[in-house]
Design a protein around this ligand. Sequence first.
Ligand SMILES: [Zn+2]
Length: 310
Amino acid sequence: MTVLALDIGGTKFAVARVDADGTLLDRAEHPVGQAPTATLRGLVADFAGDGRTRRSLTGVGIGSAGPIDAAAGTVSPINIPRWRGYRLVAAVQRLVPGVPVTLAGDAQCMALGEWWRGGHDCGSLLAIAVSTGVGGGLVIDGRPWTGRTGNAGHIGHVIVDLDGEACVCGARGCLETIAAGPGMVRWALAQGWTLAPATGRPDARALAAAARSGAPVPLAAFQRAAGALATAILNTASVLDVRDVVIGGGVAAAGDLLLDPLRAAITARAGMPHLRDLRVSSTTLERDAGLYGAAALALLASGEPLRPTP
Ligand SMILES: [Zn+2]
């Protein structure tokens, strides 16, 4: 049994063929470019074959940057302006007729991929992608938990500061306003952090480099983001009773700079006994987590039982 996994990001598309025991048979990625639909068509044709060369696929799983509407099968990735309400599921179905196609959000696929192939050895898991936004996904008892509208897991919009900054979503004080890269940089600049113009743009990567060299404001920005993440994680875990939390995304690539204060804040603030042994770890699959998750989505849709494997 072989499925096709598609990871639709804002700047690149990745594709892989994956078999039922989770072996990634082959993989490719391509920048989205100016013609996203043609890029998609080319990648799928290369991997699924066409006509007589069609490889035997039992399903296609897609993880896409949001917003998505899983029920309608449409996506509107923020960084792909040509795709607004784009009928992605129907487009892929036309490319591989007769093969079932399943769609979920990219962070939901990250959660499913980490649960399946990330070696975390757990039944349930919360995954968080900390990047230019904060995304999240949930696996509960071995199934992706996508919710009524397909939007479950959006931990970036858990409110952590009642009087906080306005968020793009329309609410105030969301986790994303504090812990996403742009929010951290905005706060650091407001506290007086400066970057010599020759050093480049003041972005999350520059902030991490400055924190690593001991600059107090950048260090404080990471502490503040870690504190907000800890609050959102504790709130989520207190409702869902999950133990395992996996952190990925560009800002999380700062590693211990974020994870050390995050673990410390969780330990300091955890109340109820079931919150005291949360396990927070980095993504182990990194950029392939979404592909593994998309493959798992297709396998689950075909009725294949999945168990986490190391
Ligand atoms: Zn929000």
